[in-house]
Every structure is written in C-alpha cells, then in structure tokens.
Design a protein around this ligand. Structure first.
Ligand SMILES: Nc1ncnc2c1ncn2[C@@H]1O[C@H](COP(=O)(O)OP(=O)(O)OP(=O)(O)O)[C@@H](O)[C@H]1O
Ligand SMILES: Nc1nc2c(ncn2[C@@H]2O[C@H](COP(=O)(O)O)[C@@H](O)[C@H]2O)c(=O)[nH]1
Length: 291
C-alpha cells in the first residue's frame, strides 16, 4: 500500500514513497499541488501577455499570484487583480513581520509576493504562477517553495525597446531605467542553478506553445477536472470514481502511461485535518491495485 503524508509548499516534510506524489485537498475536490511556476524576464518582454493567455486557456488549472507593489496603478489596472497597490511603510512593515515569500526593489519601486498570495491560489486547488523579477526568482529559489523557474528572453534588445515603447505605459525616464535594468537581468538569465528553462519570445504564438510544452499541457488535458499526480517525469491523471463519507476513490485515466503509479487509489478522508492545499496535514492515500 502507498501511504504518505501531505506536504505544504513551504514545509518540506513529505514522505516520498513510490516517486514524488503530492496530493492536496481543496473545497471537496481532490487535486495535486503541482509545482508553482516562476516566470521572470526583462520588463516588456511579454511575461504578462503569456501569463494572460495561459490563464485564459486554463482558468481552472492556473491561478496568478497577485503581488504587492508601491508603484502607482496604470490605467485599467485593478487593485487586487493585477497587483495589491500598497503604501511603502505598510508594505515594509508587513515584510518585516514575515508575511512575504520574497520582495525586491525593482525599477525604483518595491514589489513582493506575500505568502497569502501564493496560498490563496493553492487553496483553490490551482497551480500558482508568479511573475517576478530576477532578484525575486533568486529569493524564491533560496526559499523552501519548490517551483519551476522560467526566464523569458526577447529576440533582440531592439525588439524589447520597441515593445516597451509601444506599450505606452512608462515615461521616457522610466523606459530608460527599465532598459538599463534589462541588460543586468539578461546577464543573469544564465546564472548557474537559477533558471530551469529559457524561452525566447519572438513570435508570441510559438513562444506560448513552447511554454505549454514546458508545463506538459496538451489538448487532451485542457482544463480537465481530473487530478494529476506527478510521479517522477511522468504524470498520471486520475478522475474521481466514487465517494463515500470517509473515502474518495480515484481511477487512473492514463492507463499504461505511468508505469509506477497505481490504477486505483483510495483517499482516506478521516485522516484529513486541514482544509486546503498548503495547510492540509495527514491525508492518507492507499493504492488498491498497484501495477
Ligand atoms: N511576441 C511578441 N511580439 C510582439 N509584441 C509582443 C510580444 N509579446 C508581447 N508583446 C507586447 O509587448 C508589450 C509588453 O508585453 P508585457 O506587458 O506582457 O510585458 P511584461 O514582460 O509583462 O512587462 P513588465 O515586466 O513590465 O510587466 C505588450 O504591448 C505586448 O502586447
Ligand atoms: N521580485 C518581484 N518582482 C515583481 C513582483 N511583481 C512584479 N514584479 C516584477 O516587476 C517588474 C515590473 O513590473 P511592472 O508591472 O511594474 O511592469 C516585472 O519584471 C515584474 O516581473 C513581485 O512580487 N516580486
């Protein structure tokens, strides 16, 4: 039988039996706490555009980590949706009280990811996407949050400048500052052990398709309600077969694709002591018929 404890993204206490299965529970739906995705790259490269496409295509699979920032909102930016727009002193106080996973001074303003921002996504059973600068990526790398780190590069520096200007959201002075910082960020894209993948955003559609490949997204699994259980490099997809008061039975949808995974799993709900991924403790899972 496979029995293991549930981890939180922040505390590595998971007992790994038969691969690296991490299961989480949210609002009555069994899901898997897949690794958050950290997306970095210079300002204007198209990170936000790529993330918006991903969220639109997979609204129930991904959730955006809404950062805090001291910069002023742009036209059309909504507080609590694009950012939590914050006063500097309050944000600094919250940082000093340990409420932030990471923070950084970026282009003259303070930006940061609160622990709550990540947890509110995982609480919904979704995979968290963080759009943060390279300093932030470095801090997350050093934290206990296990994530996938992707750096988005422009096809050329000239094209980056063109995009920043065409966006029309910064003053000339701010554009110059962002371009100076872009050089430093691009230099760090090859820092050993920092980024797992580099993506060049030349043609938007091609880059988006490559991003989806990196995240193992394909049409067969488009926004499905199934549960994905990672086991090494393979991913098993489970659907809920039946439920009782005390147990949920999961049937593997992927058949022989995942050799090390079980066909049928039983989740023991009586062992559930938390209410959400990241906070759940002690959920027990038994394989009923191992392959
Ligand atoms: N592949 C592309 N080709 C041409 N234009 C693009 C491409 N990708 C994004 N853009 C455009 O470039 C501009 C900058 O994109 P976006 O705002 O997504 O960048 P960003 O990396 O999120 O920037 P920031 O870090 O400042 O938030 C936008 O106007 C967007 O429409
Ligand atoms: N370290 C962090 N960087 C962040 C965060 N949120 C956004 N960012 C990065 O800031 C720049 C500028 O963003 P803009 O919205 O002002 O154009 C961009 O590179 C973002 O990736 C964060 O929480 N932490």
């Amino acid at each position: 039988a496979v029995v293991f404890l549930i981890d939180t993204p922040f505390v590595k206490q998971q007992r790994k039996i038969k691969g690296s299965e991490v299961v989480s529970w949210s609002k009555g739906v069994l899901g898997v706490a897949q690794k958050p995705v950290v997306i970095s790259g210079p300002s204007g490269v198209g990170k936000g555009t790529l993330i918006a496409k991903l969220m639109k295509e997979y609204p129930s699979k991904f959730g955006f980590s809404v950062s805090h920032t001291t910069r002023s909102p742009r036209v059309k930016e909504i507080d609590g949706v694009h950012y939590h727009f914050a006063g500097r002193s309050k944000m600094e106080q919250d940082i000093s009280e340990g409420e932030f996973l990471e923070f950084a001074h970026v282009h003259g303003n303070l930006y940061g990811t609160s622990i709550e921002a990540v947890e509110s996504v995982t609480d919904e059973g979704k995979r968290c996407i963080l759009d943060i600068d390279v300093q932030g990526a470095r801090s997350v790398r050093a934290s206990s949050l296990e994530a996938i780190f992707i750096f988005v590069c422009p096809p050329s520096f000239e094209e980056l400048e063109k995009r920043l200007r065409a966006r029309g959201t910064e003053t000339e002075e701010q554009i110059q500052k962002r371009l100076r910082n872009a050089r430093a960020e691009l230099d760090q894209s090859n820092s050993p052990g920092l980024f797992d993948h580099l993506l060049v955003n030349d043609n938007l559609e091609a880059c988006y398709e490559n991003l989806k490949k990196l995240l193992s997204l394909d049409d067969d699994h488009k926004d499905s309600d199934g549960c994905f259980i990672e086991d090494g490099k393979a991913t098993a997809c489970y659907s809920i077969m039946s439920k009782t008061e005390s147990e949920v039975f999961l049937q593997s949808e992927t058949g022989e694709v995942v050799k090390a995974a079980a066909n049928l799993l039983a989740v023991d709900l009586s062992s559930l002591t938390g209410g959400a991924p990241g906070r759940t403790r002690g959920l027990k899972i038994h394989s009923i018929n191992s392959i």
